[in-house]
Write a protein that binds this ligand. Sequence first.
Ligand code: NAP
Length: 366
Amino acid sequence: MAREPHDPTPTFSVLNATNSASDGQPRLYIAGCIGTVGAVLIAVRCANPCPFSKHPGVSCVLHVSGARADWWHTRMAGLLPEMPVYPWNAVPDPGAVRYAVVWKPPPGGLRRFPALRAIVSIGAGVDHVLIDPDLPLGVPILRTTGGDLTQRMREYIALHTLRLHRAEPALRAAAARGDWTQIVTPPAARRRVGVMGLGTLGSAAARTLAGLGFAVQGWARSKRALENVTVFAGDAALPAFLEASEILICLLPLTDATRGILNARLFAALPAGAGLINAGRGGHLVEADLIPALDAGHLSHAVLDVFETEPLLGDHPFWTDPRIDVTPHTASLIDPDTGARLIAENIRRMEAGAPIDDLIDPARGY
Ligand SMILES: NC(=O)c1ccc[n+]([C@@H]2O[C@H](COP(=O)([O-])OP(=O)(O)OC[C@H]3O[C@@H](n4cnc5c(N)ncnc54)[C@H](OP(=O)(O)O)[C@@H]3O)[C@@H](O)[C@H]2O)c1
């Protein structure tokens, strides 16, 4: 099972949870921008805002599959002794569930809980939640971030950018043939690296690469200042950004706007022989376009951490193509211990009506 880490650096939280009340009762209000035409203010009044001690019926449900399921259950139950925590298929009273802590919940499954107060993604991405066509409307969605996640992603991006920059794949292949080939690469300051997505992870990766001396540029939806990084914003700026990205790194969230963005047309817009690192989501890459782009010389090498189907099937051509490095969604794996603590803390804050940094905007998709 693919798991993700968290980042404690809440950079782009656009929604706020506040504790306010006209009658002295804590309430949770979520305000956010939805829709593409204008901003609409939504307010969600939580069904059961009081502390657990006053509401013993409040419970939490977990959806984690695979080997870690028991661990998560034991850990979350230990961290939230005030609140029963139930595995997905063992909830005695669905009406009492206020929090759903999930990784890839089954479509329609969250509808079973009519009094949900929040859906918590075990991971930084929420695409696995938003993909549900029967997602209950108006329920706040949180992602799980943390400094641990950012650090691991920094390491992964630095590692593979340096490998591509220093032509390591070609040097390794030559060494395997006993071939003394010297490949002289340009200095980092002349190597133009492009980071798609400048959120928690992308901005950290861009700063790390700038610190290594690369000529770094980033692309996001909105303009912002990032030290030593040239920022391109919006679709209109994409061609100019691509034109100058000899190593392209994808750290976008998967949304309707970004699905399939790594495609034949984009590869042809890069400098010839560019390197690609995709640590965003498998859905960003049109898999059928990758090997033809390598064959055509638009790309020279690709490092892929995420795939449309995970685990990657055993007979998938990506495994054996020497121009493609596969990593098994380990760029920035969640540290379960840190993750569980962050999730428990966020649930406590919601119960206390304290601000939450990790709310996402469902209309935006991230
Ligand atoms: N491989 C792994 O192990 C792993 C681990 C964790 C996360 N991830 C993936 O990494 C993704 C990014 O995480 P994050 O925490 O950095 O996300 P984030 O903080 O939500 O930032 C997303 C960034 O993408 C930009 N963006 C979104 N849609 C865009 C569009 N249509 N055009 C241009 N820019 C767009 C945003 O622009 P604005 O700033 O202008 O809004 C923002 O800069 C996650 O969603 C997840 O899929 C992978």
